[in-house]
Design a protein around this ligand. Sequence first.
Ligand code: SF4
Ligand code: SF4
Ligand code: FES
Length: 233
Amino acid sequence: MKIKIKREEVAEYEVEMQNATLLEVLNEIKTKQDSTLTYSSGCRSSVCGSCSVRVNGKEVLACGYKVQNEDLVEPLRNVTVLRDLVVDMERAYSFNTKAKAWQIFQSKNISLTMEDEKRNEVQSDCILCGSCYSACPVYAVNEEFLGPFSLTRVWRYVSDAREDGVHAKIDNIQTNGVWDCTLCNECTMVCPQEISSKADIEKLRSKSAMLGFTDPNFSNFGGDFSFDGSPSF
Ligand code: SF4
Ligand code: SF4
Ligand code: FES
């Protein structure tokens, strides 16, 4: 089986392995053929999120993906490549801080019901693998976009019954946030945890509208709208 790996140039390797994960193949190449090959891994069981790469243009976890002949493996996009398949995720993670993706709590003394717990279960499963961030096309035009995993985290806390800072959180994601998403769904397609950041962003948009915020692109349009939805000036 032949596998191609994007390093400074695309390198090709032949391996005699069947039904192997990409991580197993990378380990085989590193130990038996080329000790300079560099990649990240940790848990080997789709839990730590450190082995995310792109195969044939789609983000996958190397420890979960079964290699096919002629696969092309590349590092994640929208991040700085440090070496081979290892990338610097620091800037991507900094959007969690910019989005204020944490709980404020404060005065509310509310116990969560089972239903409340269930509502936030999915978003809490994010393993910060960065696949959605790599797949998001918005970074090609706006490097300051808060991005899918950070906005998913914001929704996780905005929808928490105990959260006291909902208005401040929603206010904070109006610029480079919810309205910059194209709703293309690429983030959802690649998430190994089956989280739909697109759906979470749509919910954040609804919450924004409920709190009186509007899409700035829409309001910049400048005209009034007639009953059939067409602009009138
Ligand atoms: S749905 Fe939005 S956040 Fe997700 S990849 Fe598309 S533009 Fe990015
Ligand atoms: S939302 Fe999914 S794809 Fe994005 S970082 Fe979290 S686990 Fe990875
Ligand atoms: S090695 Fe931890 S998710 Fe792949």
